[in-house]
Design a protein around this ligand. Sequence first.
Ligand code: NAD
Length: 491
Amino acid sequence: MLDTMNTPPTIKGMYVGGNWVPAARTFDDLNPSDNSLYARIPDGSVEDMRRAIAAAHAAFPAWSGLRFHERAHHLLKIADTWDRRKDDFIAAAVNEGGGWFGKGIFEAGYVAEVFRSAAALCYQNIGEVLPSEHGKFSTATRWPLGVVSVISPWNMPGILTSRGFAAALAVGNTVVLKPSEDTPYAGGLYFAEIMEEAGLPKGVFNVVTCSRDSVAAVGDEMIENPLVKAVSFTGSTAVGRHIAAKAGAHLKKACVELGGKDSLIILEDADIDHSAKAANFGSFMHQGQVCMSTEKILVQESVYDEFMSKFLARAAKLRTGHTNDKNNVIGPLVNTRQALRVKALIDDAVAKGAHVELGGKCWDNFVEPTILTNVNSSMNIWNDETFGPVVIVSKFRTEDEAIAMNNDTEYGLTAAIMTESEPRALRMAEKLETGMVHVNCQNINDEPHVPFGGVKASGVGRYGGRWSIDAFTELRWITLDRGGRHFPPVF
Ligand code: NAD
């Protein structure tokens, strides 16, 4: 049976050049269900990061020089090693990340597929032969960049960390990873254990952990260091903006996947039972701490009452509490700062006239599943990403009104539409300002081989499948002249 007991991991150190190394200081990594100590984590410095970048740089020629299928074999071995040890990851996702065990199982299964699909990418890193005015043999070829810096968030530490670097490795880059200070084990040092066990060559993958106090300086080094060629970031829009701007100033590539304020639109011809079930999952899965969580539910007037009674009945059954009890589907928010932020959003909305249809109670790091109505754009919750188990429900009359309400945000990650009419959904999808649209499903959808990403303030670049190749390679034009290029006679 799966053991998700809080057995703390043995922290061996940071992983640099294939060695476990200490930092001068440590910081406390807490279990958010009760704020007990989960582990003491090395608080790496700029100097530690420099050493990791140098190790990745030293490993680059041999790794990029491997035949592509040899890199694929390494990635498949990583996937198999991950599968063998996945119960350890699930325990970490529950105890360090504050996730329900079912979310841990889902995430653990997904990560292995991220590595398998990256192995397949090794076979797809193809260039093109171009026509030439001069009869040259003219090619566009793809080349690895060198060292890629990867910065990952805490909410899906397995998926979002692996997605941040697997494709980069596949096409021949080497990696330095800095996981979130809230999941430095599940999103960082645990990966280092897997890479060591899978026999990845030393220096190809390095992990430096650090506290929130050190992250600004360590993060800047991950961009400014001349040996770093690109940055792969998943996290908040505020930090993503800073990273993309700094990368731009240094003329380095940056793939940044950021926040969202995603709508689920329920049209009058939708299956309302299915819509209520989907809305419950989309809004409250992992306490709403998913970038694609359903944050606004927009319901056509004529089916509003029916939807609300079904949705409220389902959401009321979700139990909130410590994740050592598997019946608690709603665990804590990841830390006290996040819990207070979400509570402040509820308080602001209620003070300005929002109605609490369900929940609203907050204690320790917990927030009950909360459904708010009568929300308007003067309230912070209409505009700010909640990233908590709180959802707004609003009515609309026409399709155009629903589209305008969906687009009334700086974000543009996903939108979802419930309707029996696929033509109607496609017509609307064209006008929704998001990188992804899902019809007859809620917002949370991802697969390792699809072009995942947002528009507007939700990010730049795409993760997944062949689109990741654009993020982690540079294109070079190489020609072979075969006597067809003539110069003016004066030369
Ligand atoms: P965050 O931006 O606070 O942290 C993300 C990472 O950035 C962490 O590793 C953190 O240590 C690091 N960081 C913080 N300040 C930094 C700095 N100055 N320089 C360099 N690195 C720095 O975000 P979070 O709280 O960990 O994650 C939640 C956010 O991530 C939400 O906004 C969510 O929507 C977003 N997210 C987006 C996606 C997506 O694919 N679009 C997926 C998951 C989460």
